[in-house]
Design a protein around this ligand. Sequence first.
Ligand code: NIG
Ligand code: FE
Length: 402
Amino acid sequence: MRADIVIRNARVLACTGAPLIESGFVAVRDGRIAAVGPMAEAPATERNVDAEGRLLTPGLIDCHTHLVYAGSRALEFELRLSGASYEEIARAGGGIASTVTATRAASEDELLAATLARARVLLAHGVTTVEIKSGYGLDLASELKCLRAARRVGHELGIDVRTTLLAAHAVPPEFKARADAYVDLIVNEIIPAAAREKLADAVDAFCETIGFTPAQTRRVFDAARTHGLPVKLHAEQFSNQRGATLAAAFNALSADHLEYLDDEGVAAMARAGTVAVLLPGAFYCLRETTLPPIDKLRAARVPIAIATDHNPGTSPTLDAPLMMNMACTLFRLTPAEALEGFTRHAARALGLSMTHGTIEAGKQADLALWPCDSFAALCYPVGAVRPTQVFKRGSVGLAPAH
Ligand code: NIG
Ligand code: FE
């Protein structure tokens, strides 16, 4: 077998459900994984990387981020510390709306620069594929501007970016008390334009008392379907709106947050194959105390993904391994579940299962080499865990910027 590069002497965690290969190799050819197995079967090649016994995993996939925005919400952080709730701040015109003002005022190039800086930090933490949502523009031109900036991040860094149109994130100030009229704009103009310009890979909405009703969400999903775009949903974050059930009825790729998910929602997601994306960063920052129904999701065999939910309000983090630690500590996931949540199941939440998320022959050679030797060792430190080497499509040029 001809290989362009062989990574040798690695502890290979393929994230396929197969056991760890204690001393293994991964051979890469034309940017794809050509073979994986024990060292005894490693092919000879000229270019080798000696992993020196380190853990080799699939590159991490951050399947839920709001990476494109301008401004800061540090003031809101202080307000919440002195007792104001996220909902109160949102109803008073702060929260998402304040980021919208700053994002509308920024140029595409300014947004690109800010987003690139954030994406580089994700990459330094082992992320080789990232989903980026719009949702801080909330008018036609500004939503498209954010999606364009997101697409450019992928081209600039050579990582895979999946874009999601989240025009239904909040009702913008010019539509105050006219949410249905804003949904008209989303359905009649924003979704068609994003689809026409091929700027969105999926459509998302925030189904919540401070977001959009299930009926409004359904209209957004209908329009997405008309334009051939898969859907995802911010569901059951603060209250049970039966959003996950609605999302499952549209065969959603994922329903995300889910602290207030009910049994019917679990069953509907299981039937539809909708991934549960859990977001421990937002849970932590909002000091939430209601846990997502992990045991019920497990029992129903709903795939569980983990993501950073990077956003300026409820989850200002770019530390993917820290989210795995929090998924274990706060949600009681096992370290193996946490890593599969950031690889295999995250790929599925983006519709990328065929090409991403596991170390298997034929898949894209997106890999991360970690300075540790087991699932547990990867998840147990609280912060400061970074890969020593990241490979994107087999390219070793992507040395993390420490
Ligand atoms: O995923 N829940 C709504 N959207 C974001 C928060 C956005 C913001 O506060 O800016 C989330 O937590
Ligand atoms: Fe979010």
